[in-house]
Design a protein around this ligand. Structure first.
Ligand SMILES: O=C(O)CCC(=O)C(=O)O
Ligand SMILES: [Fe+2]
Length: 367
């Protein structure tokens, strides 16, 4: 596991993974809008089908966070069902993050991506880490690439930050703005973890305590418009290595698709809602009862799309394994081996994003 010291503060910050630098997709699409280079054309079986674009599900459970945090039985049941059957849910109302904060974040991020490449490259991701502006999960020269660029930042604990990657321009995407947004979604994550603790039969604060330290990182994905959305993927199918992920998407541009009963289902954006998904850590702790669902993003012909994913995960040293009391409800055995979280995270980052392959490795083989 790598380690590093921040140039500006001298603090210890963990290093996550290597990623081979590859061309900027926004620039590529701007220079030649009618071409998709071969390296972005997905294998036939991975390409989005026509039907995947049209089927917008309104069945994905919607949860009211303010009712949930007051212990509302109906919402707790919904949460349980959502995590078992979907691994995803959306919160429409009362998630508590100010609408203005959501809007300012969106405005500031789109201004950032509109800057000239030379400006954005001041924050470019080095080949030995995945913080900064660039592409993560590129592990071989032959690997097919996703139709997106990203800005990735570690936010909490604050000593994990590498401030040289935090944009100084535009002014809107300031440290204060990123912190305000991050604090808002952190409160949402903490509330959800309390409710998840309850439905997993534990004291409310137990899941939070099990993190030792709640680590928070943000990835802002930029998907340029693409002349062949049927051939490319904005982000390949994967499940998140987090405990929970909170995603803010555009109010009017679809792109996120989740795997449900073997089919890809597009998540209909609900204005100002936050989309939440269960990550691998909850799947492991719950012995597979709650699912870390595969998802991906598709592109579209006419508009760029930006999405804002915040990942919450435990401290590197935390040992993750199915909780004893969760063994009996799903299976008489522990389905996953005991792993150090930092090892799981880094071993999955060494691979190309490939569905749930990285969680298969953690399985004991017993069901
Ligand atoms: O853009 C999206 O809707 C999905 C992004 C995502 O899955 C991720 O960043 O992990
Ligand atoms: Fe994801």
């Amino acid at each position: 596991m790598g380690s590093n010291y921040d140039d500006t503060t001298g603090d210890y910050v963990p290093t996550y993974a290597l990623s081979i630098p590859v061309p900027n997709v926004q620039e590529l699409a701007r220079n030649d809008p009618l071409q998709v280079p071969d390296r972005y054309v997905q294998k036939q079986e991975d390409r989005p089908q026509e039907i995947d674009f049209c089927y917008l599900s309104s069945d994905i459970p919607v949860i009211d966070l303010s009712l949930l945090s007051n212990g509302d039985e109906e919402q707790l049941k919904k949460l349980d069902k959502a995590c078992k059957e979907w691994g995803f849910f959306q919160q429409v109302v009362n998630h508590g993050v100010d609408k203005e904060v959501l809007c300012s974040m969106k405005g500031a991020a789109s201004e950032f991506f509109e800057l000239p490449l030379q400006e954005k490259n001041k924050y470019s991701m080095p080949s030995d880490d995945i913080q900064g502006y660039g592409h993560a999960y590129v592990v071989s020269e032959e690997q097919l690439l996703d139709w997106s660029d990203a800005l990735i930042l570690a936010v909490y604990p604050s000593q994990y930050r590498k401030l040289k990657f935090w944009p100084k321009s535009p002014k809107g995407l300031s440290k204060g703005m990123i912190e305000e947004y991050s604090n808002g979604v952190k409160k949402v994550a903490e509330e959800l973890l309390r409710s998840l603790s309850s439905i997993m039969g534990m004291e409310k604060d137990r899941l939070l305590e099990m993190h030792k330290q709640l680590v928070q990182a943000m990835r802002i994905n930029y998907y340029p418009a693409c002349c062949r959305p049927d051939q490319v993927l904005g982000i390949s199918a994967h499940s998140d290595t987090s405990t929970l992920t909170i995603l803010m998407q555009e109010n009017d541009i679809t792109g996120l698709q989740i795997k449900h009963n073997g089919e890809w289902v597009a998540v209909r954006p609900i204005p100002d809602a936050l989309v939440v998904n269960v990550g691998d850590v909850i799947e492991f702790w719950s012995n597979g009862e709650y699912k870390s669902i595969e998802h991906r993003a598709v592109t579209n012909k006419s508009k760029a799309r930006i999405s804002y994913a915040t990942f919450f995960f435990p401290h590197d040293d935390v040992e993750i394994e199915p909780l004893d009391h969760m063994e009996s409800s799903t299976s008489p055995h522990k389905m996953y081996k005991r792993v150090k979280y930092g090892d799981h995270l880094r071993s999955s980052m060494k691979r190309r994003m490939e569905g749930k392959a990285h969680t298969e490795m953690a399985k004991t083989g017993k069901t």
